[in-house]
Design a protein around this ligand. Structure first.
Ligand SMILES: Nc1ncnc2c1ncn2[C@@H]1O[C@H](COP(=O)(O)OP(=O)(O)O)[C@@H](O)[C@H]1O
Ligand SMILES: O=P(O)(O)O[C@H]1O[C@H](CO)[C@@H](O[C@H]2O[C@H](CO)[C@@H](O)[C@H](O)[C@H]2O)[C@H](O)[C@H]1O
Length: 453
């Protein structure tokens, strides 16, 4: 079956860069070849599971695909078309309900197909007959909801080893954390000789609202009003921001209980600063507009390196933002512990100060307030109202965090440096994925450095 995927190499070379989850949009794809391929179903429609190596010249990335083959593509799958092979239509089967049912059935029955290990979590009994519905939102991975009970995530870019989304969910579940969805199953297989997470199944929270649309609705209310202040207009979000701050503090405590905490040697600050410098190098290569800030940004990181004394580090979420928080009727739940899609596995797994997560969420309040103003002239009342909304909700979030843990503002130099590090990452992220939004993190870089745009 690897021969089939290799034969499709040129077609995949064209198709991959157009996918939202493809991480290397700024590179030229030189070659696509199969690392592994397994037939999961060999009758019409045929289903092939594959991991492909994408040769980008300077590096090779790996992606997971579910390829469907049919004599012809029905209308409802036209949008999933990839190309043709020997008279068969080849398509992205992650959009095909029939194939997605098969996938759940394999997990429910703890199947082994070649080296692919499908398994329910210990003690979990799954209903294989629930109807699948692909989640249409464009994300870093591809998700499918089964009957409002389970949500399955097919990791797209894969790297050898455990995926923190799976391992951190399991660790948090082992200490009965209230702030996650229950893990239900997984698919694993060796990649480059290392056992690797490919798929994660978890409890679907049907009555949950995503924090991003909740927060942006509040901003829209404020901006559409007649100049009221953020505390008094309808749709004030500050009480939710406070609860979210409490939730993140509780989650950090659960992560410490499950996986421990280390008080580092005093040299840790220098290592942390070196990581920030490396992340800046990576962003500069992708976003030349950061060049004029480079010296000032490096000076902030150098001050981090000079911080005396040890630091408390632990496993953290590592890509926390409003879209990773779901509000159920009872509480906030945090999802997607995979870390930043562009970060290395080592960066995702290295214990870090929890202030990094706090900074991620602070950046998100800034995004929520300002994305509605993309394209508006920079001066004027709307920007001032957006600024006030941001400040109100950032303060409420930190107050909530401080209610259950040490106040994150106590080390404001480190918190600001983490915020700058995140804004730098975001400039490169937006340059690749949403170029019209690049001004949002760039304005934050200006604010954090005290420079003028
Ligand atoms: N347990 C869950 N219950 C309900 N909805 C969920 C759950 N997990 C994820 N989602 C929804 O699926 C979307 C994608 O999930 P996420 O883990 O962020 O994927 P990605 O890794 O692709 O960014 C989220 O924005 C959220 O709307
Ligand atoms: O959710 P992902 O793991 O895919 O995270 C990536 O994409 C996020 C955007 O979807 C991106 O977040 C940035 O945009 C958000 C608004 O869409 C904003 O709330 C975040 O603060 C901002 O960082 C995230 O950085 C990226 O890793």
């Amino acid at each position: 079956m690897t021969a089939l995927v290799d034969a499709l190499g040129d077609t995949l070379r064209q198709w991959l860069p157009a996918q939202r989850w493809f991480a290397a949009k700024d590179s030229v794809v030189e070659r696509v070849s199969a690392v592994r391929a397994h037939v999961l179903r060999d009758a019409d429609p045929i289903l092939v599971h594959t991991v492909v190596a994408v040769d980008l010249g300077a590096e090779t990335q790996h992606y997971q695909l579910l390829l469907g083959l049919r004599p012809s593509l029905p209308e409802h799958l036209a949008h999933a078309s990839i190309g043709c092979h020997e008279g068969m239509a080849v398509y992205d089967a992650a959009h095909d309900a029939e194939m997605l049912s098969l996938l759940l059935g394999l997990i429910a029955s703890d199947s082994l197909v070649g080296e692919l290990r499908f398994a329910a979590e210990p003690g979990v009994r799954l209903d294989p007959d629930l109807r699948p519905r692909p989640v249409l939102a464009e994300q870093s991975n591809t998700s499918v909801v089964y009957g409002q009970q389970y949500i399955l995530k097919l990791f797209r870019r894969v790297s050898p080893g455990d995926n923190p989304d799976v391992s951190l969910h399991r660790a948090l579940h082992s200490v009965d954390s209230e702030h996650i969805a229950t893990p239900l199953g997984s698919v694993r297989a060796p990649l480059l000789g290392v056992d690797t997470d490919l798929v994660f199944l978890q409890e679907f929270l049907p009555a949950a609202a995503d924090g991003w649309p909740m927060a942006t609705a509040s901003v829209r209310d404020l901006l559409a009003g007649t100049g009221g202040d953020a505390a008094r207009v309808g749709g004030d979000f500050a009480a939710e921001s406070f609860r979210l701050g409490q939730t993140v503090a509780a989650l950090h405590a659960d992560l410490r209980t499950a996986l421990g905490e280390t008080v580092t040697e005093s040299g840790h600050a220098a290592e942390l600063a070196a990581t920030m410098h490396r992340r800046l190098d990576h962003a500069l290569a992708r976003a030349p507009e950061l060049g004029r800030y480079e010296a000032d940004i490096r000076a902030v990181y150098d001050r981090v390196a000079g911080a005396p004394g040890p630091m408390r580090v632990q496993r953290i979420h590592a890509d926390l933002h409003l879209g990773q928080a779901l509000r159920t009727p009872a509480r906030w739940v945090v999802i997607d512990f995979e870390g930043e899609p562009a970060a290395s596995r080592q960066d995702r797994e290295t214990p870090c100060s929890p202030l990094r997560d706090v900074a991620g969420m602070l950046r998100s309040f800034d995004y929520a307030a300002n994305h509605l103003l993309v394209g508006c002239a920079p001066a004027g009342g709307l920007h001032e109202q957006a600024r006030l909304w941001t400040e109100r909700n950032r303060t409420a979030f930190c107050d909530g965090y401080a209610d259950l843990a040490e106040d994150p503002r106590a080390d404001s130099a480190l918190l600001d440096a983490f915020e700058l590090d995140k804004a730098v990452y975001e400039v490169a992220y937006e340059r690749t994925h949403r170029p019209t939004w690049v001004g949002i993190p760039l304005a934050a870089v200006d604010r954090l450095l005290g420079t003028q745009p």
